[in-house]
Design a protein around this ligand. Sequence first.
Ligand code: LIP
Length: 260
Amino acid sequence: MGRRYLAAKDVALCAGKKAREFFRDFKNLKVDQKSLQDPVSEADRAVETLILEKLKKMFPEDSFLGEEFGGDPEESVWIIDPIDGTANFVKGIPYFCVSICFLQDNEAKIGIIYDPMADELFTAVKGKGAFVNDRQIQASRCSDFSLSLFGLGSSRRTSSEKYYKTVSALMDTTCEYRKLGAGALMLAHTAAGRLEGYFEAHLNSWDAMAGLLICREAGAFTNRFYTRDALTRGNITLACARPLKDKVLKLLKVVYNELA
Ligand code: LIP
């Protein structure tokens, strides 16, 4: 696992550098709409190509699943989001990241999230803790909603009405929230204790799985995201400070009773 971990860190840094180069000229990016409010740019494709080329060369025995080029996930699979926060990226908003997860024996073993604008590399190996730029991080231990800041995400893949109910229910607890448009990066900030949690009714595996592993290794509670089905279809996503877990689950299950 050590060799894959070190390689994934280096690849994420290279990918982030390439993303940053494209970002500097975002106004001239070729951008397509995959679906409503779901853009993809030449930068996403170029960065995923770079990641795939490097990892396939080093680990030809592994399989791959990427947001832009898909894949055929097998027992050992790299799950790749080249630019999480594409909607920010194509507008020139500097809040996005590269997300790489390595899954083996149906468990996330390596999670890497790199924010190239802040030059912050969030990393975790299962059972070995979570780090940012090689400094260990801990999730928030806050138990007071009035002192809490929660990350939220939403998309046209899920019910807007349920999202509004979620915002209202969170605000009623006296918690404040942020919706910043990059679920993987908000999960990384949850792991670093900067947010008391992150919730989104649906994230794809490439958005969520690296960040959820980093959150778990930082001591946060995370929901049961992973199933083989979730690998290709995504799932509901929650990470939060453990002292808030029961209250957050109770609040969210009123709107999303499938959350576990
Ligand atoms: C995005 C996520 C965001 C979600 C968007 C999209 P992308 O990932 O980071 O949280 O709300 O629908 O999935 O498409 O920028 O990689």
